[in-house]
Structures are given as C-alpha cells and as structure tokens.
Design a protein around this ligand. Structure first.
Ligand code: 6CS
Length: 316
C-alpha cells in the first residue's frame, strides 16, 4: 500500500528531512511505500491539513502556528519565553512531556487526527527591514506571523502590527513592502532567502519553532497493530535523527546568510534588552487562557510542570 505524507517545507528543509527519514524507516520495515509531498505540491499548510482530515493524505506535518483555529490549545506554543533556550532541556521536554504525550492527543483526535509526535525546529529569529533592539523598534512594523490568534496577540504585545499570512505570500509581501518583518528559524531564513528581502536578524530568544506530525485517525485506527508499531518506531527513529541533524544547524545557517549577504546584521539581544519582551509573557499567557479552548488551563499547567521537570533534571 502507498501512504501519502505532506509537509510544510521543502524536501531538504527540517520537516523534509524528518519525512525522508520516516519514509526510509517505514519502507525498510514493512511492505508499505511512502509518497512525499513537499510544500507547494498540494497547497498551503491549511490545505494539506484538510486533506489529511478527509483521508486524502495519510500523514501530515502541520505546525501549531497553523493549527490554532482547529485546536485552540495548540496556541500554547506561542506564549513567549515558555520553552527553554537550552537545547538539551528542550529536546528532553519534547521527549517526555505529558502535555504532548497525553493531553494533546485527545484534542487532535477530536479533529480526526492521530498525533504522532511534536519536535523542535530551532530558535525563532526576527528578520526585519529596520533594526530591532526594543519593542519601540517594532512600532508601526507590519510583521508577518503564521495564522494563529495567539501569535497575533504576542506580536501586538511586542509592539508590532501583526499580519497573519500563509507562508507562500511572505517573500512577495516583504519584497513589495506590504510587511516589514517576519520570524522563523535560521535554517529557514537561509533556505528560503528571507535575507534577500530583509536586512536585520534579531535574536530575542522568545521561542523555538515547534511542529507536529499526525496521521488521519480513521486510517491509523484501522491499521493492524504491526503497522502501528512500524509507524511508531519510524517516528521515534526520525525524532532522534532530526535532533541530531539540527546540531550546529543554526550557526551554519547564519554563516551562510552572512556569506550570501555580508551587509546583513545579526543581533543577539542582551538580557537587559530582552526584559521588555519577556515582560509581555504574562499578558500573552492570560490571553491564551481566554482563547486557548476548554483545555487551555490544563495544557498550560501541564506544560509548566513538564518544563519544570526537565529544568530540574538538566540543571540550569
Ligand atoms: O513560517 C512559516 O509559515 C513556515 N516556517 C517553517 C519553519 N516551517 C513551515 C512554515 O510554513
């Protein structure tokens, strides 16, 4: 049987690397084949999600940045400074989180989806046409965010004018000046040439890009246990692989950007400069509790407990 798997990035970007590893594992351990559909082949993120829900696709990678309308609780990933900056703690959180392993799956199930895994894709950085060192610098800046109400709130709190757009429109919107900024991990800023249409990269350390891989639930539930196990093992192997793959990736990507465009500035905000951005977290958290769905409080509490557990374990 051939299973179709769509994702929001190109084949050689992080989601594509994960998908390629998943395909390799499934095909090595079963008679099934996986057909991969990179970004653009089946539409935008919202389109591939619909296709996965309706069963046209068996697998889909959609980031919580786009899942907010469907599963409001998934917006929790946009409370700024919630996830740890420390890579080991971050990975340990994704490996062990009860929120991810136990609380989120029923919410995805309600939408016809079997949540298979969530994984981090790297520190989120702002790229803008003007320099950013404080929230004042974001004043009047039309800043593209993924189509997620809490991300809108978060950039409002940062002082910007958030503009939610699907990914396919971002390069053109920067080029024509409709927007003056966007945020993404370094590898993506490099591979999609965001540096061509912006001049400044700012590292405020406010988030790490989270993504999620799901199966159509009816399809998954109908599989024999043997196939479910093949899938789970392939997911676990791909998780390990993608964590390893990302070692050093941020710095390599930033170096490539500087090589391609020496005039680009990369600014890592100091602790002091981060303070006003950090100060917004409380407001955004309150907003999450209002708009994050029936399970918002439970999800937030569990996330915090999970994060506390890994920060104690790893030591800060
Ligand atoms: O900003 C976005 O919309 C995209 N960013 C990444 C890193 N992956 C997919 C997503 O569409």
């Amino acid at each position: 049987e051939t299973w179709r798997y769509a994702f929001e990035e190109a084949l050689e970007e992080v989601q594509g690397k994960f998908a390629q590893k998943f395909k390799e594992e499934v095909e090595a351990n079963s008679d099934h084949e996986i057909q991969l559909f990179p970004f653009g082949t089946l539409g935008e993120s919202a389109d591939i999600m619909e296709q996965a829900q309706s069963g046209i696709l068996q697998f889909v990678d959609q980031s919580p940045g786009f899942t907010g309308a469907l599963i409001p609780e998934a917006q929790v990933f946009f409370v700024p400074y919630l996830l740890p900056a420390d890579q080991e703690q971050l990975v340990e959180f994704f490996r062990t989180s009860k929120a991810i392993k136990e609380l989120f799956p029923p919410l995805y199930a309600d939408q016809g989806l079997e949540l298979l895994t969530m994984f981090p894709e790297g520190e989120v950085m702002m790229t803008t046409t003007g320099p950013v060192e404080s929230p004042e610098d974001l004043n009047e800046v039309k800043f593209r965010v993924m189509t997620n109400p809490l991300l809108v709130s978060s950039y409002q709190a940062f002082g910007a004018t958030p503009t939610p757009l699907p990914w396919g429109e971002v390069y053109g919107a920067l080029q024509t000046g409709i927007i003056q900024g966007q945020e993404n991990p370094a590898f993506f800023i490099e591979s999609t040439k965001m540096y061509e249409v912006t001049d400044h990269i700012t590292r405020a350390g406010h988030n790490n890009f989270t993504t999620a891989v799901m199966a159509n639930k009816e399809f998954f539930d109908g599989l024999p246990d043997e196939d479910k196990e093949v899938i789970q093992n392939a997911i676990d192997a791909s998780f390990d692989y993608i964590v390893e793959y990302q070692t050093g990736l941020t710095e390599e990507s930033l170096a490539k950007i500087m090589e391609a465009k020496p005039s680009m500035t990369i600014t890592e905000l100091t602790e002091e400069q981060r303070e006003p951005f950090k100060a917004t977290a409380e407001t955004v958290e309150e907003e999450f509790l209002k708009i994050g769905g029936a399970q918002a409080q439970a999800i937030l509490d569990q996330m915090k407990a999970d994060l506390a557990a890994v920060s104690e374990g790893g030591g800060e």
